[in-house]
Design a protein around this ligand. Structure first.
Ligand code: UT7
Length: 327
């Protein structure tokens, strides 16, 4: 059986930091409120001239280097993003060109904050099928370009960031993607969206000048959904693999809100040592959140070869899902 093994990981975040104190000067909020309700202390934000590809390219190059992969050996570039540089071409094509992956196909996967979970499963399935041997998967978002900086209910939550992995097909190993679960409920599309620029409200249309321009979120609805979705996806993916929470060495959940992470931790009965949290430094980086977490966990020595890592994400769609990976 061919397994899709993660052989290298990279990351990138913008240099510019935006702290809660900076936000206090922008909107009617406080460090105390943001920390109590979300756990976030600061986030990184892109500057004019930087976009999703800016971060994605750096993360991809680091993943190639770490895995000892030549760009021309990459057969596919798959990028999980909903804040790509343009409507088209896809951001994966911009990354493919910049890193010199001359023999690769390239496409984007749009699943909001679950973008990396979805992209990794798509890539993993293609590797396991034997049709592709070496695939680059990137998760990146730059939601700070789309938030309304006058809306305190959303602008405090998001940051920009990217992570990337190189997947390689291998046999005779138990490392690699073990199981994935992808779910959706489009009836919740109304709870979190950014409508401008699509075919319903094209840029330049009257509607695109209004609220459709910015990220809209019904926070309490998304919160309720998220608490349920995180536990649901984790339990289902573990059950499908014939495993239990006790088998998990490290839990790397989507970093949207500390309270949502803690509720999933409680449901799974995991102690603090087995839960990775960096939401305090980056806020919600959407598609970048999980690969950024995996990257930092590995760098901090909390994720080692052979460990069983459980990732889970949720977001606009509504979508949710989980990947169970033998690192
Ligand atoms: O990846 C998916 C992305 N989305 C999420 O994960 C978001 C999920 N939702 C959440 O994380 C939470 O719902 C929030 C953090 C967004 C909000 O927390 P909450 O405990 O649900 O607060 P709330 O929306 O019920 O608001 C409580 C109060 C309100 O004031 P009133 O009406 O009680 O007077 C808000 O106006 O807090 C107020 N508020 C703020 N106050 C200070 C909302 N945002 C802020 C703010 N600073 N930034």
């Amino acid at each position: 059986m061919i397994r899709a093994v993660i052989e290298g990981i990279g990351h990138s975040v913008p240099e510019k930091k935006l702290t809660n104190e900076d936000l206090e000067r922008l909107v009617d909020t406080s460090d105390e409120w943001i920390v109590q309700r979300t756990g976030i202390k600061e986030r990184r934000i892109t500057s004019p001239g930087e976009a999703a590809s800016t971060l994605g390219i750096v993360a991809a190059q680091e993943a190639l280097e770490e895995s000892g992969t030549k760009p021309e050996d990459i057969q596919l570039v798959i990028c999980g993003t909903v804040t790509g540089d343009y409507q088209f071409p896809s951001t994966s094509c911009l990354i493919q060109e910049a890193i010199g992956a001359k023999k690769a196909g390239a496409f984007d996967v749009g699943a909001a904050c679950a973008g990396f979970i979805y992209a990794l499963d798509v890539a993993g399935s293609m590797v396991e099928s034997g049709r592709y041997e070496t695939v680059l998967v990137i998760g990146v978002d730059v939601l700070t370009k789309f938030v309304d900086w006058k809306d305190r209910a959303t602008c405090v939550l998001f940051g920009d960031g990217a992570g990337a992995v190189v997947l390689k097909g291998q046999t005779g190993t138990d490392r690699g993607l073990v199981k994935s679960l992808l779910l959706s409920d489009g009836s919740g599309a109304k709870h979190i969206h950014c409508q401008m620029g699509g075919s319903m409200f094209p840029a330049g249309s009257k509607e695109a000048e209004g609220d459709a321009r910015r990220v809209y979120m019904n926070g309490s609805e998304v919160y309720r959904f998220a608490v349920n979705a995180m536990g649901d996806a984790c339990c289902k993916v573990l059950e499908a693999a014939g495993m239990e929470p006790g088998d998990v060495d490290l839990f790397v959940p989507h970093q949207a809100n500390l309270r949502i992470i803690q509720s999933a931790q409680k449901r799974l009965g995991l102690d603090d040592e087995r839960v990775f949290i960096n939401v305090q430094h980056y806020g919600n980086t959407s598609g970048g959140s999980i690969p950024l977490g995996l990257y930092e966990a590995q760098k901090q020595g909390r994720l080692k070869k052979g460990d069983l890592v459980l990732t889970v994400g949720f977001g606009a769609g509504l979508v949710w899902g989980a990947n169970l990976i033998r690192w």
